[in-house]
Design a protein around this ligand. Structure first.
Ligand code: HEM
Length: 480
């Protein structure tokens, strides 16, 4: 018997079963832990497949830089989910859009507002939100979880629509919670049979087992309200001449420059403003939750940061963005928080738009490609004792983190798909960290017997926490 020898070796990975491939190897949650286990077993590039979909995970700075950054013309597409985009109607979400002109125009709108060169337009919003955060923390410190959410939501609402959130349970925040839940449900890989057998989309909603149709209808309704209501508010403010600087007021005019009809242009602005909320709220607040966890565990870091703050600001003044270049230790704390507990540990999947080759391996068109930020940011060859929270590792002589450092490369994702809100997020997280440290000593809550709670025990109390960070903290404390 003669069998052709393959020209290229297979990319290493766990052994697949016939037909279903690696279905049972694929984790439904905490993917980064499994991906990183594979990295240890199989190396810098790992391949799995199921039901005809190939997935590769990149576990080294070199692979990520080479493919997702240098060859970003090939690796900037997203997977198309029948459930999320076609049935639930999330085709408006910039993060899920296919690479192409429609996506590029949305990115341009986001860039116009949130590019680095003009990000100081939002400093007053961030300052005001921080002042409110501090006063909320003062009155109810145990509710820090909600306060951080309110902080990031109020920056998102004001910078996208010019809307001021009320201090209490705001409609916006509740609505966003539901939006995010639907997005999480819809985007979970291999959760919905209709993603595997697209013909199921024709099944009527009343058929037993067609739960996906009912979930999809509820998500559509929720997203429609969330996109339309704040836009209407912002448009009314523009008409009366009272709109502050925000994405909608800045970008709504200018359809002539975009070459689109005013209706289509408005639709794009609506989507871009909507995504600020969806993508900006839980991410920014999760970073602050991770910061608080780190401070509870490391009082010595707080003391050092406070010494720096007191030296630069004196004891009266709270920090402002102008102080940032003079506060390298605060900068280092922020970098270390984002490294220690990366908010998006495997970023979002990119898709190869054509066949490609990496070293001796062939990557087929349509392959899903994950940059394993978790592995990069916890690589012991780059960060000694990676599970130890140590801001000093980021204190370099010139205080700039080199471009090749995974902390620069991967916290906000890769290549053309890199997070367009990163400069806004960077400012929000920085000003919150600096101000909280200048005003408070952070320590564990006291239990019913007056003793400080053991933070490792907090894992069992986490239902109040955002599920994303629960998993992260859980993984972190367990792996420690
Ligand atoms: C600490 C806070 C944040 C972190 C860590 C973060 C991280 C990320 C990451 C890792 C990605 C995936 C990039 C990739 O596919 O390679 C992403 C995408 C995205 N982020 Fe952020 N993000 C944050 C805050 C924000 C904010 C405040 C906004 C809005 C102003 C935002 C808007 C987006 C959008 C629209 C995408 C999708 C980009 C695309 O697919 O083209 N993010 N973010």
């Amino acid at each position: 018997r003669l069998v052709f020898r393959p020209n290229h070796p297979a990319i290493p990975g766990p052994k697949p079963y016939p037909i279903i491939g690696n279905l049972f190897d694929l984790p439904h949650e905490r993917q980064w832990i499994k991906f990183t286990e594979w990295a240890r077993l199989y190396g810098e590039i790992v391949h799995v497949h199921t039901f005809g979909t190939s997935i590769i995970v990149l576990n080294s700075v070199h692979a990520v830089k080479e493919l997702l950054e240098r060859r970003s013309a090939i690796y900037s597409d997203r997977p198309h989910s029948v459930m999320l985009c076609d049935i639930m109607g999330y085709e408006w979400g910039v993060n899920a859009m296919q690479y192409g002109d429609r996506w590029k125009t949305h990115r341009r709108i986001l860039h116009q507002s949130f590019q680095r060169a003009t990000i100081q337009n939002f400093w007053p919003i961030q300052h005001a939100a921080t002042t409110r955060l501090v006063s909320a923390l003062c009155s109810k410190p145990n509710n820090f979880w909600e306060h951080c959410k309110h902080f990031s939501a109020s920056i998102a609402a004001k910078s996208a629509y010019g809307i001021e959130l009320s201090d209490q349970d705001d409609w916006f925040i509740q609505q966003q919670q539901r939006n995010f839940e639907y997005l999480t449900i819809g985007a979970t890989p291999f959760r919905w049979m209709v993603d595997i057998i697209p013909a199921l989309r024709h099944v009527p909603a009343w058929v037993p087992g067609a739960e996906f149709k009912r979930v999809a209808r509820a998500a559509r309704e929720c997203w429609q309200v969330m996109l339309e209501a704040p836009l209407a508010y912002a448009k009314a403010a523009i008409e009366t001449g009272t709109a502050p600087v925000c994405l909608v007021s800045k970008c709504l005019e200018g359809s002539e420059k975009s070459g689109l009809s005013p209706e289509v242009h408005e639709g794009y602005v609506k989507n871009a403003a909507g995504i600020v909320y969806v993508a900006g709220m839980d991410t920014t607040s999760s970073a602050l939750h991770a910061f608080i966890l780190a401070m509870v565990l490391h009082p010595e870091v707080q003391r050092k940061a406070q010494k720096e703050l007191d030296t630069v600001l004196g004891v009266e003044r709270t920090p402002s963005f102008e102080d940032r270049p003079n506060l390298p230790y605060i900068e280092a704390i922020m970098s270390e928080v984002l490294r220690w507990v990366p908010i998006a540990p495997v970023a979002l999947p990119h898709v190869a738009a054509q066949d490609d080759q990496y070293g001796e391996y062939v990557i087929k068109k349509g392959t899903l490609v994950f940059g394993n930020s978790w592995a990069l940011l916890h690589d012991p060859d780059i960060y000694a004792d990676p599970w130890v929270f140590r801001p000093e590792r980021f204190i370099k002589s010139d205080t700039q983190i080199p471009e090749t450092d995974p902390a620069n490369l991967s916290v906000y994702g890769y290549g053309r798909r890199v997070c367009p809100g990163r400069w806004l997020a960077d400012g929000s997280v920085w000003i919150a960290i600096a101000t909280i440290l200048s005003r408070f000593d952070i320590s564990p809550a006291i239990d019913a017997h007056g003793a400080p709670i053991d933070v490792s025990f907090a894992r069992d109390q986490l239902p109040a926490f955002n599920s994303y960070v629960i998993h992260l903290c859980d993984g972190l404390l367990r792996d420690n």
